[in-house]
Write a protein that binds this ligand. Structure first.
Ligand code: SAJ
Length: 416
């Protein structure tokens, strides 16, 4: 008997999605191209970190409803949740890379059956759901041409982007509103009915292109907001104004809600997705592009500031508080904090003590550079300069008296 669902890509989105469907009674086959991932999940374990995900995956696998595999299997619905990074091309250094979506989509062709629903969850440039349909039917044409008319007639396509916040994924997976954008109204409705199984938020119907743009717009909007705050922080440094106090006061206006400055924008979404809009309409997306540039520039500004401060000491010891891309998570990938520490080490600005309570070892990019992973108290007591890069709870609660006599560069406004 074929499965109810086949989920392609068992990463941060695919794995929780596959697991939650399985715990709600759907027969799910999860597909990943990495054998280690498949083996780990089949043992009821996880290869990524997210609060409570281990419990959910264990329950899903032990119920017998979730099984991982290296190849897609026949199912009523296929959900594609693979990465959509960017790549440099001749004309665009930040062009979307749809290689994974294309190969996952083509891999469905041998098991595709009439009436199937194919859903794209990956954050994608406008037009990707249509491209997905074309790739899939192109593959069918090459391998099962006789069956193409029946499949063309009946297979449905929709885009239902995820919106979950790393660190709160399982809660948001259930409670967030969703968008279901179909290539046809019937596809949008069918996808909505499927997600209703676990989604307690509202599910809004639209077309696929609007759904694609909506997801990109959400992250671009946050990026532009953060860029505004980051730009303010630079202006305030120049004008000798405390940016945190400024924002707190400005936000007392009933219609102003400024976000918080930081050392830059990390993570796998906000620093990537706005480029998909820029790529689609380069001459129109001026503000969105500039926001990206402002946020990408921020880590360099932090490094310059530390260098200027370090010049005051003979052999400066710099305690760098936090490596994660944001507070209270252990995810160090695409983290501006890691970049800043790497630059400081590379430029030999001083002895670098990195404090990251959420990890046991330094990431590969910092190995062999003389960076020392150090407990918070030790690092601060030895430091001339304390550089705050992440607002982890442990740092917020730190006894500020221990900072006396130290130069503090606080990119997160932690101790205001
Ligand atoms: N940041 C600031 N200042 C702020 C807010 C965030 O500097 O005021 C920084 C964070 O420190 C971090 C980066 O921005 O480095 C991104 O963090 P985030 O919490 O804003 O977002 P992500 O990347 O963890 O998750 C985002 C979310 N999108 C929105 O809030 C619009 C999430 O809902 C999406 O599902 C996710 O992207 C995604 O997968 O696209």
């Amino acid at each position: 008997m074929s499965a109810d669902l086949c989920v392609l890509g068992l990463g941060y989105i695919g794995l929780p999605t596959a697991s939650i469907f399985a715990t709600r009674g759907k027969k799910v086959v999860g597909v990943d191209v990495v054998p280690r991932v498949v083996e780990t999940i089949n043992q009821g374990k996880i290869h990524i970190q997210e609060p409570e995900l281990d419990v959910l995956v264990r329950a899903a696998v032990h119920s017998g409803n979730l099984r991982a595999s290296l190849k897609p299997e026949a199912a009523a619905t296929f959900i594609v949740a693979v990465p959509t990074p960017f790549k440099a091309t001749e004309t665009n250094p930040k062009a979307p890379d749809l290689t994974y979506v294309e190969s996952a989509t083509r891999s469905i062709a041998p098991v595709l059956a009439p009436g199937n629903l194919v859903i794209l969850e990956s954050t994608s440039p406008v037009g990707t759901t249509e491209a997905m349909r074309d790739w899939l039917f192109d593959e069918v044409q090459k391998t099962r041409p006789d069956e193409l008319p029946a499949l063309r007639e009946s297979v449905l396509f929709a885009h239902c982007p995820e919106r979950i916040l790393p660190g709160q994924m399982l809660k948001e997976l259930v409670s967030n509103d969703r968008i279901s954008g179909g290539l046809t109204p019937e596809a949008a409705e069918k996808a909505r009915d499927l997600y209703r199984l676990f989604c307690t938020g509202e599910i809004f119907l639209t077309n696929a292109r609007t759904a694609e743009m909506c997801k990109l717009t959400e992250n671009a909007s946050r990026d532009v907001g953060i860029a505004f705050a980051n730009e303010l922080s630079l202006i305030c440094d120049r004008l000798d104004i405390d940016v945190w106090e400024l924002i707190r006061l400005a936000n007392r206006h009933p219609r102003v809600k400024i976000l918080q400055p930081g050392p830059g924008v990390g993570g796998h979404c906000i620093a990537v997705d706005p480029w998909f809009i820029v790529d689609s309409a380069p001459e129109l997306a001026r503000l969105i592009r500039t926001a990206r540039e402002v946020n990408d520039d921020k880590p360099h500004r932090v490094v310059d500031r530390v260098k200027a401060c370090a010049g005051r000491f003979k052999q400066p010891v710099i305690a760098c508080l936090g490596l994660a891309f944001k507070a209270d998570i252990d995810d160090l990938r695409e983290s501006p904090a890691v970049d800043i520490v790497a630059h400081l080490a590379q430029q030999k600005v001083g002895r670098i003590l990195a404090v990251e309570p959420h990890v046991r070892a330094l990431p590969k990019s910092l190995e062999g550079k003389g960076v020392e992973l150090t407990p918070l108290d030790t690092a601060v007591s030895q430091a001339d300069i304390v550089l705050v890069l992440v607002n982890h709870r442990e740092f917020v609660q730190f006894n500020r008296r221990k900072l006396e006599g130290k130069a503090v560069i606080d990119t997160r406004g932690l101790w205001r």
